[in-house]
Design a protein around this ligand. Structure first.
Ligand SMILES: NC(=O)c1ccc[n+]([C@@H]2O[C@H](COP(=O)([O-])OP(=O)(O)OC[C@H]3O[C@@H](n4cnc5c(N)ncnc54)[C@H](OP(=O)(O)O)[C@@H]3O)[C@@H](O)[C@H]2O)c1
Length: 246
């Protein structure tokens, strides 16, 4: 239990984010749910207030409206103790290859928007010498694959951004954690036929995130077995990697 601590969730309708919100609220955290689908978020907020008897606020956040990010942060008033950036968009790889506008939405949703809002939040946390930032990146950012390299390259950029941010802020008392999920059964992966044996539930991922954040872990692979899997994938020689249909 962390007294009256508050967690801000960006991308509150994400299945993973919802599970994280429940995990923190069940430990007595107040929550600010932010996203673009206010109707759904309002319903979730009411449910959580009843269930956990914590304060749950709702705020509108549109990731692609970069000009609104500063005023979004300012209008929150009292600042949260921690932030989860869970926004993401897989898109369609083939469409991305033929339509720049599609690539742009994928790159901006997964990378540019995160840089825009987290730059603002990081500066505030740095000045106050406390806080934590959790960014949900992906194992897809560890090595580009033909099946999703536009999404993967945005996530690679996000992972590098979080690494640099951690390097800068760790000495200022601010924790930055990179989360790299493998397969998770959510709206994003619905109908993709993911192998059940290596696919986590949002609740499993949320438990991993909660535990790792409380322990101060810098980089989290979730589930744990994605770390050795990615270690092998990263080190496959390019000549072998090139020939695989990944
Ligand atoms: N599922 C997986 O296997 C997997 C694996 C690795 C990493 N991840 C990452 O995990 C994070 C959570 O994803 P998820 O699996 O929980 O998928 P999800 O349920 O599809 O969540 C995606 C979230 O992003 C939000 N979003 C997209 N574009 C937005 C915009 N322009 N402005 C504001 N919000 C926007 C969505 O809001 P709306 O409801 O309004 O669309 C939703 O809240 C993402 O960063 C994803 O890339 C997922």
């Amino acid at each position: 239990m962390d007294g009256q601590s508050t967690l801000l969730i960006l991308g509150a309708t994400s299945d993973i984010a919802r599970a994280v919100a429940h995990r923190y609220a069940s430990e007595g955290w107040n929550i600010i749910l932010a996203g673009r689908n206010i109707e759904i978020i309002d319903r979730d907020a009411e449910d959580m207030r009843v269930r956990y008897k914590v304060d749950v606020k709702v705020a509108r956040f549109e990731a692609l409206d970069f000009d609104s990010h500063r005023s979004f942060w300012l209008q929150l008033g009292e600042k949260p103790d921690g932030v989860l950036f869970a926004i993401g968009y897989l898109g369609d790889q083939e469409e991305c290859q033929s339509e720049w506008s599609q690539s742009r939405v994928v790159l901006d949703t997964n990378f540019t928007s995160a840089v825009s809002i987290l730059n603002i939040i990081a500066r505030d946390f740095e000045n106050s010498g406390k806080g934590f930032i959790i960014g949900i990146s992906s194992v897809a950012g560890d090595r580009g694959r033909m099946s999703n390299y536009i999404y993967g390259s945005a996530k690679a950029g996000f992972s590098a951004y979080l690494s640099g941010l951690r390097n800068r802020l760790s000495r200022k008392g601010v924790q930055v954690m990179t989360v790299k999920p493998g397969f998770v059964a959510t709206r994003m992966t619905e109908g993709k036929g993911l192998p059940a044996s290596v696919t986590a539930s949002p609740q499993q991922v949320a438990d991993d995130i909660f535990r790792a954040q409380r322990r101060g872990k810098p980089v989290l692979y979730t589930r744990w077995f994605w770390k050795p899997i990615m270690l092998i994938i990263i080190h496959l020689p390019e000549r072998i990697f090139m020939k695989r249909n990944l």
